[in-house]
Every structure is written in C-alpha cells, then in structure tokens.
Design a protein around this ligand. Structure first.
Ligand code: FES
Length: 255
C-alpha cells in the first residue's frame, strides 16, 4: 500500500559535496518498503507540487521505524530538499513506490554507477548473509570513498572503478565485468546511467547470467498517471518506469 506521510527528519548529513543522506521516521513505510523501491518527496507544506522528487530507498531499519534516503543535489527540487533541517522541517513522503528487485540466486553481483549505488545499499542489506559482491563506479575518488564503509558489512568484496583512476581500477564498471563473471555469479543487480545498464545487459546476456536493472528515469507524478517516464520494451509495449519499474528484467526493456 502507498502511504502519504509527513515524516520527521532525524538526521541529514553530507556524504560528499553533492550527495546527502537523510534519515526519517516513517514506521509504516519502513514495515513494507522493499529494496529497489523509491519514495516521492518534498518539503512538507511546500505549495509547489512539481518539486516532488523521486529518491531511492537506501536503507530501512524496521525495528526503529526509519528510512534512509541518499540523493544527489542536481536541481531546484533536490536543492530544496538539501536545505531541510532535522528537528525543524518535515518531509512530505509518498511511498513506498514502484516494483523493487526480485531476490533470487545464491551468489549475487551488484553493479552501481554514481548515485545509482544508493538503492543497492538497501538491496545488499536484504541479501545478507549471501556472499554478495559489488562493482561501484564513479568519475573520481571523491564520488566513491564514502560508499565503501557503508557497504563494508553487507558485501564480501567491493570492487571500485573510477574514470580518472584516482581510486581502484581506471575505467568503467563494465570493463571489469567480463572477468568477474568468470566466477559464476548467478544474479546481477544493476543501477546507474543508461549507457552502463545497456553494457551490463549485453555482457550479462553473453554470459547467460540473469540480470535486473533499475532505471533512473525522469519522473513527474511517480504513480503511473502522467506517462512522463515511459520506456520501450522488447514486446513493443510501453512500460512506466515509476509503477511497472523502476526495476525490470534486463531482457524485458530496450535501453
Ligand atoms: Fe507519471 Fe511515471 S512519473 S507515469
């Protein structure tokens, strides 16, 4: 069930110069949220409905009744979110929304690019104690260092790539994917920019490893009503990223 709540902001911190982490009190959402789902949020009391932004759920603590959201400041909506103060402002939060990841297999490989790493954190927590590994990629060291301690307990190995070689292997996540797949992973979960997902889908297909992709699409309503977020599928039908996704089987969508 989708809920609309006004959540108290418990913590709101900078993870890097452009990425923030917000923890909110939302016990009902925390009970039902699944990895890969998102919430559609804005500052409570803000009159501008178009400023709602879809944010991935990066962690859930069901006992404490809290949700952790990690987002990048990219424009007006997210900049307004970034200004919200714990203990003062409330977050107007619609969710949990969308179809999340199907948890299958025994040896999962997670692949995240940029802010697409955020939903994989919640996923990695849910996959425990399976021996999950993650490939995370970004442009520079500064984009990635803060993720490593967050994934340390949930993933057995963390593999890092950066465009400029300032951390881990110089190159893209997909550059090291073929050699990783020689180690018999039985499920790939990927989230990141479209070119990355396209390359992951192709390599997963060649190696016959089932693969789920989470699409980062521009959204407006977030609930399947406006059709802003449609994507094309193998069958020719259009699907809505916000309500049919954001997670799809890789062979299902045309990237
Ligand atoms: Fe409106 Fe998906 S955002 S239908």
């Amino acid at each position: 069930p989708k809920l609309l709540v006004q959540a108290a902001i418990l913590q709101h911190i900078d993870l890097s110069s452009s990425i923030k982490q917000m923890t909110i009190a939302a016990p009902l959402l925390a009970q039902t949220a699944q990895p890969g789902q998102f919430v559609h949020v804005k500052g409570a009391g803000h009159p501008e409905p178009l400023l709602r932004r879809p944010i991935s759920i990066a962690g859930v603590n069901r006992e404490a009744g809290t949700l952790t959201l990690i987002y990048r400041i990219v424009g007006k909506g997210s900049a307004m979110l970034a200004a919200l103060k714990p203990g003062v402002d409330l977050l107007d939060c619609l969710g949990p929304l969308g179809q999340g990841f199907a948890l299958r297999g025994e040896k999962p490989l997670l692949i995240g690019g940029g802010i697409g790493i955020a939903p994989l954190l919640f996923l990695a927590q849910c996959l425990c104690p399976l021996p999950a590994e993650i490939i995370m990629g970004g442009r520079t060291q500064g984009e990635l260092t803060f993720w490593q301690p967050l994934f340390k307990d949930a993933c057995q190995h963390i593999h890092v790539t950066t465009d400029d070689g300032s951390l881990g292997v110089k190159g893209l996540t997909v550059d090291i994917l073929p050699q990783m797949l020689a180690r018999h992973f039985d499920m790939i979960y990927a989230c990141g920019p479209q070119p990355m997902l396209r390359a992951v889908t192709a390599i997963a297909g060649t190696h016959r490893v089932p693969c789920q992709v989470s699409l980062e699409e521009r959204m407006a309503c977030g609930i399947g009503a406006c059709l802003v977020c449609t994507c094309n599928t193998e069958s020719g039908a259009k699907k809505k990223v916000c309500s049919d996704g954001p997670v799809f089987w890789a062979e299902e969508v045309l990237l």
